[in-house]
Design a protein around this ligand. Sequence first.
Ligand code: NAD
Length: 361
Amino acid sequence: MKHKITLIEGDGTGPELVDAMKRCVESTGVNIEWDVQEAGADVIEKYKTPLPDKVIGSIKKNKVAIKGPITTPLGSGFRSVNVALRHKLDLFACVRPCKYYAGAQSLLKNPENVDIIIIRENTEDLYAGIEFEEGSEKARKIIGEIAQLSEKQIKPDSGISIKPISLSGSKRIANFAFNYAVQHSRKKVTAVTKSNIMKFSDGLFQSVAESESKNFPAIEFEHKLIDNMCMQLVQKPELYDVLVLPNLYGDIISDLCAGLVGGLGVAPGANIGDKYAVFEATHGSAPKYKGMNKVNPAALILSAVMMLSHINENEAAKKLEMAVADVIKEGTHVTYDLKPFGDDSAVGTKEMAGAIIKKMK
Ligand code: NAD
């Protein structure tokens, strides 16, 4: 069976990582026709936008996409293409497995016990993109309005970012997390918020997760505050199984958990909605390494493993994941981040992908 999949190279180190991933996926023997689409900072001049409509059209048609990272320049006018894709396609669940592969450089004593699935709500919270710039007329109006509605006052020279968390949004992500736990034979779901402080946003998320847990009696449920969770994850990560979090905490905890298992080079991910799925690594475009054939392709290749499972190419997914695991375990043909500090025998992106392909053969 032939699969048509949208492929977005991204920018920064994106194109070299996508090339490595594509070679590995093609070597599994799965029949894929790539529908290559352009997005990101590099195409603004050509299309007058970093996210041309035809990219969205292609994903809507093919239902599945895989992408390299896309830069969001700090302080620039344009908003994140990655966030826009998630919003436009309603990819409400971000799934990020953090699993230790033997050979990866973890600081933990027993990293082999870490196998955490992060389920991050992807469309609400401070990522809703509702912001008012300090000094603007709209910010002045909002501050005035809030002065009428609340006993608390906002300083007039404030910038404002809105944090909406809805009942329906919380219910569907909690439901997704519990269903994921059931389908993947997981035992526990931990909801993580700061509900003691943000009672009407995080508090809502917590109480919805709690009531959703009643529909899944076979899965243990607990709630933890985000600050405590950070310490728990560093000290006792083996206690955690599936985490479900609002958008911003999910983003931050994803990188923390990636750090536990050896870094962003081994942290894959997927953005899933009811109709479409877009696969991408947790890491960004690492622009300082652009074009240097240096960064680790494993995170994007493992994202492709998730994609292959999603399209029911389970044998190919297994074969590719085993090859990645073997190459990391051997530790010879791996990139700099998978070598002990001070060891300068690392290979490049292309060569590591080549070793993974050789393993599959
Ligand atoms: P980053 O993830 O790009 O890189 C941070 C550091 O992590 C790098 O300097 C590098 O040391 C390491 N790293 C990242 N990817 C690696 C890999 N594959 N192999 C080995 N080491 C790796 O984070 P950043 O520097 O904060 O962000 C750069 C840009 O990427 C920003 O514009 C940001 O907005 C964007 N970004 C995009 C996405 C996405 O496309 N989904 C996600 C996060 C950040």
